[in-house]
Design a protein around this ligand. Sequence first.
Ligand code: MSP
Length: 513
Amino acid sequence: MGQDTFFISTPIYYANDVPHIGHAYTEVASDFIARYRRLRGDDVFLLTGTDEHGLKVARAAEQNGVPSKEWTDSLEPRWREVWKRLDISYDDYIRTTEPRHYEAVTKILQAVHDNGRDDIYKGTYEGLYCVACEAYYTEQDLIDSKCPIHGRPVEQMREENYFFRLSAYADRLLEHYAASPSAIEPEQRRNEVLGLIKGGLQDFSISRTTFDWGVPLPWDPGHVTYVWFDALTNYITAAGYTSDPERFRRLWPANVHLIGKDIVRFHAVYWPAMLMAAGIEPPTQVWAHGYLVVGGEKMSKTNLTGIHPFELLDHFGVDSYRYYFMREISFGQDGNFSWESMTERHNADLANGLGNLASRVLAMLANSFDGVVPEPTSPGAESDLPAVIDDALRRYDELMLKVQLQPALVAVWDIVARANHYLVEKEPWKLAKDPANRDELASVLYAAAETLRVLAIAIAPIMPAAAVRLWGQLGIEQPLEEQRLPASGAWGGLAVGTTTTKGASLFPRLEAN
Ligand code: MSP
């Protein structure tokens, strides 16, 4: 059982698409979780990758006059460059065009085919097909006789292909979900999935003969594997299903498949049934977040899919970007993105909140103590900061483990607010004016600097680059990556005599436009 390592995956992204802020939303959330888990000492494995097969890709390659593989080779780097700028710390990157994936798809298909229950059978498929979705629709699904998602005409198609007997798995799926109440989160998605299963499951088609860009079926290579047996299998490919049995034992079943709500059916109905049919354990949890939509003035004419993460990264920077999406939107709900709210959030929580706290404390240390952390006569005793931190870090941990990402950040910012308030109460800038107050000033600045130390650690999962900058300004010798929660959050970790530097402002204020 995959109990030793916390295995978290994102979906694999359609290589042929252009990355947008919706994709990046899934990716940042999973990276936040992965980094938090590492911070508390868990062994973590974060997986992402690209989904590279199918008719749409084959057609695009053809239009560009290059072989399909060459085409996806040219597309895949534009995904990785976004993840790089977003500081995504993935441990493996899977491409469905890799040999290890062909082996895994072949193996799982053969296992299901040979399971003695006739779970794969040949049939005729006929339907209205949208090339962009790579999916068939029924008349009722269409809007004005067009694809409900792309608004383009659908094509009548008919073909011989193989089917997976999903209909035989309803009872086992219901048993599985009854036994594991947290196997689908949040609850709304769980109810949706249970509704789908109880409403009756249709077998689905797993192969195509209308194009050949994909993994051939092992028993009938004239067919290629169609979408879900290819795409979903990426999770076990990367876990080592064919390539590394030891790794597979360590990683599988995945702890969390983090996905958007649009692909819940495939992850929470198709996938566990496919795995059961192949004699493999289903994933422990599928966590489905909501959808981003665009509001506000500046970007309202742009469709969300037209906003490349770089547009925002260039202006706001990576830390503010990551923080905004996780702090602004309740994870699990749909949420509105706007340039204006992003600017407000940046200025309020980062520039005025954390940034201001850091610059005030570091400037006062520089002015009154040459930057050297002074010995406090009462190390925080006269403030409630140690208790506030203790409580906030405890809530942070609980909430992160429950994937309550937004309130988890609120808990951390309770520390920021309390520390800023503490300075307003103690007025160290006034204390600094009279040498008679030097002891008190030392105690206040020690408490404030110690709070900054804890904050640098606590923000590392959400704002890894800013955390490193703050840590650098604090001048602490031990590397930030070696800090662990809760141990490193214990009050008093900042060594007297540490040399801090004022440095550049962590989060310069941004103008509204
Ligand atoms: N290739 C399939 C997934 C296969 S996984 C075995 C796919 N790819 S996708 O590129 O279309 O979507 C990938 C992820 O991006 C999904 O989690 C999806 O929910 C997310 N998002 C795409 N648009 C989004 C928004 N507008 N808002 C939030 N997330 C969105 O589906």
